[in-house]
Write a protein that binds this ligand. Structure first.
Ligand code: MG
Length: 273
């Protein structure tokens, strides 16, 4: 059996962003006993460990980065494109989710009253480490600092109703992200989504079944807009998308990262005077 020190050597380092009970926000390294070694800057901006170590219970996890934008890709798995009644586009299909849609692991997804059909979409998220403009795919690979898990929550009825996807994809809490970032990921890792306590996943695919690879996507997007450190790319969802109900718990898992779980709650609109 491995010693704890041995385990920490083989377990991927987990990069987190936290808020302390005193209200301070830090980037840090999550330790085996769930304490957090605080960094003096975001790790992609060469943040170094400080002497400050926070004990479990003295902080809460935030989403692991604070992107200026979230660029998402539609229909990037063949079988998902088919279930949507289409094919994979010849070029990546891009859309944006606002930074205000981001929420953390274990926080609530707010089901908006404007929709009667809100779907989960389990996805691999890429975190950009440095300024990226007009990069080739080979250069783009070096700009991907790490990987985390996302749920591209979608009001499916509003997506069909509106010709633009901004409303359907843009509600507050519609981008659960986390719980942490890892630097390395196996190309053949499995992505799975589970609803409540059902043992069978509703989505299950290998990341290498994507139509357009992560480095191709980052290169393609960088020829449209400059990607900045901490920006996030959502790489598309595999087949098996479906609705969530108020009270449901949804869990997206990626081998080598961990799992991202969120509960769905009702959001009511303010009462008009
Ligand atoms: Mg999606």
């Amino acid at each position: 059996m491995l010693s704890e020190q041995g385990i920490s050597k083989v377990m991927a380092q987990r990069y987190v962003r936290i808020k302390t009970t005193k209200g301070q926000t830090y980037y840090g390294l999550l330790q085996l006993r769930r304490s957090v070694q605080v960094l003096d800057a975001p790790p992609w901006l060469q943040g170094q460990p400080t002497d400050l170590e926070l004990e479990p219970g003295s902080y809460q996890l935030l989403a692991p980065c604070a992107p200026t934008k979230i660029v998402a890709v539609g229909k990037n798995y063949i079988e998902h494109a088919v279930e949507m009644g289409t094919t994979v586009p010849e070029e990546p299909l891009l859309f944006l989710k606002p930074p205000t849609s981001v929420t953390a692991a274990d926080r609530e997804i707010h089901y908006p009253p404007q929709s009667q059909r809100v779907d989960y979409e389990g996805e691999l998220a890429l975190v950009i480490g440095e300024h990226c403009m007009d990069s080739t795919p080979a250069q783009a690979q070096g700009k991907i600092w790490g990987y985390t898990i996302a749920n591209d929550v979608t009001a499916r009825d509003l997506q069909k109703k509106d010709s633009q996807w901004t409303r359907a994809k843009g509600f507050n809490t519609f981008c659960p992200l986390g719980p942490w970032i890892v630097r390395e990921l196996s190309a053949g890792a499995r992505l799975q989504t589970f609803l409540n306590d059902a043992p069978e996943p509703v989505q299950s695919a290998l990341l290498n079944q994507m139509a357009f690879s992560p480095e191709f996507l980052v290169s393609y997007i960088s020829q449209v807009m400059t990607l900045l450190p901490g920006d996030v790319i959502l790489t598309g969802t595999p087949k098996g998308v479906g609705p969530m109900q108020i009270g449901d718990r949804v869990r997206v898992e990626i081998e080598g990262i961990g799992h991202l779980e969120n509960k769905v709650v009702a959001r009511s609109l303010p009462v008009s005077p």
